[in-house]
Design a binder for this molecule. Sequence first.
Ligand code: MN
Length: 251
Amino acid sequence: MASRTILVTNDDGYLSEGIRTLAKAARGLGEVRVVAPDREQSATSHSLTLHNPLRVKQRGEGVQAVDGTPTDCVILALGALLEHRPDVVLSGINHGPNLGDDVLYSGTVAAAMEATILGVPAVAVSLADREEASMAAWGGVVARLLERLLRADLPKETLLNVNLPPVAPEQVAGVRVTTLGRREYVGSLTRAQDPNGREYFWIGGGESRWWGGPDSDFRAIHENFISVTPLHLDLTNFALLQDLSGWDLSL
Ligand code: MN
């Protein structure tokens, strides 16, 4: 097992408590290399830096910081920085949940998606709790969970999205395999005027509500379970494929 190479990245920056906890947990599973953004890059989704050069700085033994996005980090690590292709890419532990529709905005999940696109199995891990202090306590549970998740080969084009509930690790009810739930934000768009009387908009805050079946990721977290969702990269709506083929689209 110790021969496995593990790339660890995130979207909160290489200094975050979450990535340090994940790297520490991963050390029992193989040789760990950290390539992560040099600053917070949350909600950058799958963005790629094309119009600026990227710089890499050594930030300690096996730790490199990139002035780019999580996706940039994975591309640089696999294409240039690591001597060997890693056996697995771990992204996180994100400070905050990545559940349901939010996976589409998540830099944490995007890094795991990029690894999957490049053919390397990947797991994204997020803690559904904004409390900085609770992060380090999760190391043992995450190490045991990863050990189990990495026993089998993941199918192609598939990554695992793991969320940890906002309780102490010893209060976890168990591990549940889940589907993505749905999330709606209410009142999260603010329209106001700046001191010069010019209109501006601000996205964020407000209330959110979730829904989803009994097997949804939101419900698992709500009931203090660890949620493990297999995500597939193919967004094709196969149920609609046949129906759409029947439409007259001739121009
Ligand atoms: Mn983040």
